[in-house]
Write a protein of this length. Structure first.
Lengths: 276, 276
């Protein structure tokens, strides 16, 4: 049992869905203790990465040339909010923007499904976080048959083209599927019912989705296979353990920001040129 | 010399510009060590309040009925960004939204000056922070004569009516004028020139504004006098000391959120009603 912290490359290798390969969700565990054997190490690592992410974000903001978009997808209770709270716990709110995509409004439905998404894309210098995203349009929309099959089939390529467009125009994209077991969901739904501070999160409608568990998993599998691309691969994150989920995601986000290597601009002002 | 932490009421009393009274900016110090004599106590107090603000914000978000709007105004280097970074250092980004108002775009100028502001108003459950605001329309616009005098004169009442509207519809408003001395600005501008990580913030245009210091202070004075209302009073924060500025603002924000008294909703679900 190793207590060392894995590199972000280790985590990438363990979680990535290789672009262009077939993908089977059954091969992906919902719990993985290989990378972070010890919970306390996972928590300490997340905290350290959160501080590093804050520093990198400051530089990204000052530089004002690139953006990072973090997309979080997962079934109810998979931990999208919890991930945001812990990984971005100390990031300055100045250059951070969270968009929670809910059921589309009437106005949104009068446009194509990427319209509201494009509007929420992070501006240069920002980290944008999507809590759900355009992927709902090939997940719940598919499972609930809210659009016809041909329409949905065309969306995978449309999404890939859209994400390629964003990438080519200065936005790095990270996509995390938070992967939990059906038992873990039952546990978490029960705790939403039992704990007074969580009760507001419970929605009987979530149980209807739970009954369609297998259909949702099939839709996730197709989504990952079709939309894991070189410019924006999917990472499938074992998320039954919250501390390890946070630690793995924080490692990848920090590593990506380090790769983006933002720099403080030097506009060339010289103090001797100014007198005041 | 007391090391006790002042109550938020103490801070409110010390900083408020009383609605309906004449207001003289010269009576307001840019440094005040009465409330927080010791810097370290000020820092510890800010940190504790930041955690309390995070907890209150969680409840506000769960409740989803009220919003808080924090407006920060101040001359260049007064510390608007620094305040946001320290007071909201640990607030979950899920229910927080910062809007930095810059020079209006062409589209924004095609609308009345409150159009872009109203669009950025926080949604229910959120804390919205304005880094600059509609008050620029009676500050820089007045000093630089970007609108005619009668137009500007009418704006104070329009702004009061707009803020009353927001307040009556569930948004509590807090307005902080960060008040620094001309010497402090010189020091901070110099450090922007000298420190490589701050150089990107320096803008030679700021020096042109600095030459109009007295005109800006007159405009601030009028703004505070005319727009400190019962529903949305101005707080004039001595801001030469960053640690004390943060501590005073954090006290007032925490106190206000406590007054708003958000509560976790209880939708009445009972765990025995659900089986899964």
């Amino acid at each position: 049992m190793s207590f060392e912290i894995p590199t972000s490359e280790d985590v990438v290798d363990a979680l990535i869905a290789k672009p262009g390969k077939s993908f089977d969700l059954k091969d992906r565990p919902t719990r993985n203790e290989d990378l972070f054997a010890d919970k306390h190490v996972a928590r300490a690592s997340t905290e350290e990465d959160a501080h590093a992410i804050n520093t990198l974000q400051d530089t990204l903001f000052a530089e004002g040339k690139q953006a990072l978009l973090v997309i979080l997808q997962g079934i109810d209770t998979a931990g999208k909010s919890g991930t945001i709270k812990s990984v971005f716990s100390v990031t300055s709110p100045l250059g951070l923007n969270v968009t929670a995509f809910k059921k589309p409004t009437g106005l949104e439905l009068e446009h194509d499904y990427l319209w509201r998404v494009h509007k929420a894309a992070p501006r240069k210098g920002f980290i944008g976080i999507f809590d759900r995203s355009h992927y709902e349009d090939v997940l719940v929309v598919k499972v609930r048959e809210l659009a016809d099959k041909d329409t949905i089939k065309r969306r995978y390529d449309q999404i890939n083209a859209f994400e390629k467009h964003l990438t080519e125009n200065g936005t790095r994209i990270l996509k995390f599927m938070l992967h939990i077991s059906k038992d873990t969901q039952a546990e978490r739904l029960r705790s939403r019912l039992e704990e007074p501070h969580k009760r507001w999160k419970f929605n009987p409608g979530d149980l209807a989705d739970r009954e369609l568990w297998d259909d949702f998993m099939d839709a996730y599998e197709t989504m990952v296979e079709k939309c894991s691309t070189d410019h924006a691969p999917w990472y499938v994150v074992p998320s039954d353990s919250k501390s390890r989920r946070n630690a793995m995601i924080a490692r990848i986000i920090r590593g990506t920001l380090e790769e983006m290597a933002p720099e403080y601009p030097d506009p060339g002002w010289k103090s001797e040129d100014y007198n005041f």
